[in-house]
Ligand binder design. Structure first.
Ligand code: TRP
Ligand code: ZN
Length: 871
């Protein structure tokens, strides 16, 4: 032995890593729990009565806690001294196989700035327990494979907290002589602790009713602050539509007599699927035409449906452990995407979902935080609520629908729900149920669960005689901890178009399973135009240097609307990548622009396309997606070339944009697709006119702003004005703030528009806005409104002197002690340094190192910064 080996290791230097393969079934189960809350804003007493049953001989009862202390502890009604704290865990020695353990704790909701556990939001009390918040309320085996029946008694001052809600069904309530009142809620369905919820406060309900297909009458209520009940109609309609859709599409029926939704202003995420008591961020509930734009309406529909769908995919069948998170999230995202597609335009919805995947998930998959949809380890589970687990997770299950077809897939999900109802299941359980129910073999397909990284498929097309030879070669890039990859199963919907007729002879589903495979097609006298990965049937990057002429052809002729969009995107990506990397002669630049201009002109003129789709087709590929094609990238160059192309399109098609703006401005407000399409296109016209003719754009935007009778038009106009200089900009910003001063969700837009604007001084504006009286670090929506918009504003964030990086690092350090969960979400933008040109990369790295040097970082930020710096 030497001195070194016995030297103590500071615990902060050794992050605790949880590993998937270390899973062990629980030592004790808790079939029932009774919770009794004496609620108050700054001191809530929690009495928890656990009925525990032994599953492993000799094991003590280990209960998780976080920031709480035992006030009293009884076993079987008697004082019990055989317990100790092991770190945050309460370890109770128990002699028998079944006991009743009663524990009192006291928590201070108003001091809970992390918004995890029991906390106060504007005078309300509410909870957020996923993933590990329940242990901040009371001691419990806080893991999703411990399922309990909950009985909950709430008591509080009646004047201050007139409404008392928890999971399940209300069974009794009453008033006490001292001005308090109480309510008893029982949830008949066993559930894990992360699905527990309570809400207490001064709330009003918008009510409706839904009759399930077997005749159960369900009372629906959306609880909001007094005054907000006029803005719940869209959420209620969405809920009812989702309930009906899940019966029709997946055969899933609601299973309680009440379904409550509560909207709160302070929330770390979008919403939470607590059994029978969903809790929402107000931004995903409240809407009316004056304050919510069309995107907000869509987001409300999608999130309300998402949380409702969790009642089966998540609650009735839950996760065995947090490594299985995609079991519920990937599947539920797929279900909400399918629902929204069925309720709107399927191709437009598909385009939007792919845009989100490329903007948010592809960069994650190619960076230091890359992980499989079923991760193998974590330090802090909150960091794994990612676009990979959610959105790529949905894409992986969507591929199963492609491979199996819809009917067989439905047989698979029926089998999954039948077999695992009431259980805590694994991703493997899901895959096996689909295999058995659908009758398909997913052996190799399982690699999508274990391998991270976006596969690339290289395409080589040859033509000889009447035969086409298509050679596809896949590579899965190395990711942290996974240097070598195995070939994936990649289903590619493919068509070969005849240039002369503009048609194809039927779509083929090519399933790539080897590293490289060749597919041949006969009967093609002339070389065809290839349309591949139609509908984005696989979440991969296609490497195919297509002729501009072919892409213009597909943009005009492909019968798959997604493929038309894709051809437009690829046309622009190829051009901009060449422009940014200095590979364009003047003649090539002119030719590239001409091809893009031709495709745009065709889209603007085509009467067969509706405006909703037209509005999608004219959106240029995003800067993040472009940056993904370039490594290392100079973000300033990407912004400059993309804006230059926009200006050129604005100028060369100025007459068309003006005509579009005039035509769409005459369409009256309604929520029908034609009117929504008109609004989308209306602002797009201004977006293109702005760099080409700023004076005209300012005039048109100011007029659109003044005439607006809805938030879509008003926000679109203000967005365009924000990127330009002039009195109209200042006037509109001041008007917007005055008009909506009492509506926090709209003030969030006011912050975001300025932080995300194309204005060259956006960085300076953000610094000033951080000092604005309306800015606060304690409200996650406000923090995201200012700083996420800024971090996504590439030119501002990547200011050459590193000021943008400093700003985000300062934010992380200031926010971390308040809310580490939200603070950690700002690390990934800095973590992308390896992909950025060396001067900026060094500045980004230095900011990460400055954060890493701080003591007492939250586990959330510590993990993300550590991984971003790399070993
Ligand atoms: N389960 C929630 C959903 O996807 C997500 C969620 C709600 C969440 N609150 C959270 C994730 C807090 C992390 C932290 O529907
Ligand atoms: Zn979810």
């Amino acid at each position: 032995m030497n001195d070194m080996s016995s030297a103590p290791v500071a615990s902060t230097d050794q992050p605790h890593v949880v590993r998937r393969l270390d899973y062990q079934s629980p030592d004790w189960l808790v079939p029932t729990i009774d919770l009794d809350f004496a609620l108050s804003i700054d001191s809530t007493r929690v009495r928890s009565t656990l009925h525990v049953t032994r599953q492993r001989a000799g094991a003590p009862l280990r209960l998780n806690g976080d920031g709480i202390a035992v006030a009293t502890l009884l076993v079987d009604g008697q004082a019990h001294n055989a317990w100790e704290m092991d770190g945050n865990d309460l370890v109770v020695s128990l002699s028998g196989d079944a006991h009743v353990v009663t524990i009192d704790t006291v928590v201070n909701p108003v001091a809970n700035t992390q918004l995890s556990g029991l906390y106060a939001s504007g005078g309300l009390l509410c909870t957020q327990c996923e993933a590990e918040g329940f242990r901040r309320i009371t001691f419990f085996p806080d893991r999703p494979d411990v399922l309990s029946r909950y009985g909950v008694r709430l008591q509080a001052d009646k004047a201050q907290f007139p409404v008392l809600l928890s999971n399940g069904d209300p069974v009794a309530q009453g008033d006490n002589a001292d001005g308090t009142h109480w309510a008893q809620w029982n949830d008949p369905w066993p559930k894990p602790s992360y699905l527990f919820a309570l809400v207490a406060g001064d709330l009003v309900a918008s009510r409706d009713r839904f009759t399930t297909r077997s005749g159960r009458q369900v009372d629906l209520a959306i609880w909001v602050r007094p005054g907000d009940e006029t803005r719940t109609d869209h959420a209620m309609r969405s809920l009812i539509a989702a309930m009906a859709w899940d019966e029709q599409t997946y055969g899933r029926e609601y299973d309680l007599d009440v379904f409550n939704i509560v909207a709160v202003s302070d929330f770390n995420a979008g919403a939470m699927e607590n059994k029978g008591l969903n809790i929402f961020n107000t931004r995903y509930i409240l809407a009316d035409p004056e304050t919510a734009n069309d995107g907000d309406y869509d987001a409300i529909e999608g999130v309300v449906a998402h949380e409702y769908f969790h009642n089966w995919s998540g609650n009735r069948v839950t996760c065995r452990d947090w490594f299985q998170l995609s079991l519920k999230e990937g599947f539920t995202v797929l279900r909400d995407q399918q629902f929204s597609a069925d309720h709107g335009s399927p191709p437009v919805k598909r385009i939007e979902d792919v845009r989100i995947l490329r903007a948010a998930q592809f960069p994650e998959d190619s960076g230091p935080l890359a992980h499989p949809i079923r991760p193998d380890s974590y330090q802090e589970i909150s960091n794994f609520y990612t676009a990979t687990v959610y959105n790529k997770g949905a894409e992986v299950i969507r591929m199963m629908t492609v491979l199996a077809g819809p009917e067989r897939f439905r047989r698979g999900t029926d089998r999954y729900f039948d077999q695992h109802d009431g259980e805590a299941a694994t991703c493997e359980d899901f895959v096996r149920a689909i295999e058995e129910g659908a009758g398909i073999d997913l052996t190799q397909f399982r690699r999508w669960y274990s391998q991270a990284g976006t596969p690339r498929v290289d395409v080589a097309l040859a033509h000889a005689g009447d035969t086409v030879t298509l050679t596809l070669t896949q590579t899965v890039p190395p990711t942290p901890g996974q240097p070598d990859k195995q070939p994936m199963v990649i289903p590619l919907r493919t068509a070969l178009f005849d240039r002369a007729t503009g048609r194809h002879d039927g779509e083929h589903l090519l399933v790539l399973t080897e590293e490289s495979q060749t597919f041949t097609f006969t009967g093609h006298a002339a070389p065809p135009v290839l349309s591949i990965n139609r509908g984005f049937s696989a979440p991969v990057a296609i490497d195919h240097r297509a002729d501009s002429a072919d892409l213009v052809f597909l943009a005009a002729h492909d019968d798959d609307p997604f493929a038309r969009y894709e051809a437009m995107q690829q046309l622009v990506v190829q051009h901009l990548v060449a422009a940014v990397t200095d590979q364009l002669s003047d003649a090539e630049r002119a030719a590239g622009r001409a091809a893009i201009g031709e495709a745009f002109a065709a889209v603007l003129a085509d009467p067969a396309i509706d405006d909703l789709m037209r509005g999608e087709l004219v959106i240029l590929p995003g800067e993040t997606y472009l940056a993904e094609q370039l490594s290392p990238v100079d973000p300033g160059r990407v912004r400059a070339e993309r804006e230059a192309l926009k200006a050129w399109l604005g100028g060369t098609l100025a007459a068309q944009w003006r005509a579009v703006h005039d035509r769409t401005s005459a369409v009256p407000y309604s929520l029908d697709p034609a009117a929504r399409g008109a609004r989308k296109l209306k602002t797009q016209a201004l977006v293109y006119l702005a760099p080409a003719d700023p004076v005209e754009a300012i005039n048109r935007a100011a007029a659109q702003y003044a005439a607006a009778d809805n938030m879509t038009d008003r926000q679109g106009a203000l967005m365009v004005l924000c990127g330009l200089d002039g009195a109209e900009r200042d006037h509109a910003l001041a008007d917007f703030h005055r008009r909506f001063a009492d509506n926090p969700l709209v003030i969030d837009k006011w912050f975001s528009l300025q932080a995300g604007s194309l204005h060259p001084d956006a960085l300076r504006h953000v610094k000033a806005l951080a000092q604005h009286a309306d800015f606060t670090l304690t409200n996650p929506n406000r923090v995201r409104a200012l700083y996420m918009a800024f971090a996504g504003n590439t030119a501002a964030f990547h200011a050459a002197d590193g000021e943008g990086y400093r700003l985000i690092a300062d934010l992380i350090l200031a926010l971390d002690p308040i809310n580490g969960n939200v603070a950690a979400r700002f690390v990934p933008p800095l973590g992308r340094w390896r992909k950025i040109e060396p001067t900026r990369a060094a500045l980004m790295r230095a900011e990460l190192e400055r954060i890493a040097a701080q003591p007492n970082l939250s586990r959330d930020v510590r993990e993300q910064v550590g991984k971003s710096l790399g070993a």
